[in-house]
Write a protein that binds this ligand. Sequence first.
Ligand SMILES: [Zn+2]
Length: 374
Amino acid sequence: MVSREELRELEEITAGEHYYVSLYLNVDPITNPKGEYITHLKNLIKEAEENTPKEIYKSIKGDIERIESYIVTNKREFKRALVIFSSGMTGLWRIYHLSVPVKNQLVIDMTPCIEPLLDLIDNYPRYLVLIIDKEHGRVFIVQQSEIMEYAMVHTPDVPGKHKKGGWFALAEKNYQRHIDYHVGIHLKEVEKTLEDLLHNERIDIIFVGGHEEARTRFLQILPQHIREKVKGEFNAEILIRPDDVLQKVSPLIQEYERQKERGLLERLITKALKGDAAVLGVDDTITALWEGKVHILVIDRDLAMSGFRCKGCGFLTVNHMDICPYCANNMEEVEHIGDYMSQKALEQGATVEVIAYEKDLLRERGGVGAILRY
Ligand SMILES: [Zn+2]
């Protein structure tokens, strides 16, 4: 998983005199059972070599060779996709293993090509998970069933235990006040870290774990605009392993996503039934996509629907057609018409909301629909 913070350094690189090589490659063992990605890579390299002026290609040839040799020799580490940025001239070498697919591409340019990576970060929901106690705060980011530990706040001034003996009542009371004071400082510090993180990573949903007392106290000091991003709480020890955090928070995330889907579907269906800038069913949705009117495409994750696609202009239909009515090119049969609809939606800057839980509600109405811009 990648965080925006990790990419900031790459984002700040401005064009100078050196070239950068950026590679996005699907290496998913399911779609590449025989290591087909090596062929894909070789084709990308060949294409790049043909389309790049000789002098420039010469300056990055070493990067290409390093990338190629890395991919040929390290396949055990691979997930679904691989992103590599390399620039031997500036000393840059970065590898990201992704659990989501990418569009294969090899880019040679004056800066690293990070836009597709930023888009990926934004396209899959991310959640912030905080584990808190009186002197620690651990922050995790969860995305697509993956978890990464992101930050740790430690405020060591909090005295852990009461000293035994020798304390008379007043001192005991002062001591307690001292602890409370430091816990207060600690919680404030965690809040500050949290606020920065939410801003930098553009995450909107938080789950809070820890003992009930620490959680309650923390939630009390949160300003309203952060408090309302907290969508669930759970019990946890501060030293909990990341995998166990994921296990505890997963049901909360599912419940949150389920409710969000239900809300979206209710809005879509109500609007469509009223004829108020929304459509349901594959035919009307395709029409809206081709009119460029789609704001949010809502689609069943397992939509199994084949159709026909124009080899020329990409027009889609579920009706059998040999010739495209728009450009008269040949139509071909395609298996997953939903994938092409999603692609078309993304091309026009629409959001794609994939329905994973409340599928029946959408299936009854054609498995796909769209909220329109107007
Ligand atoms: Zn056509």
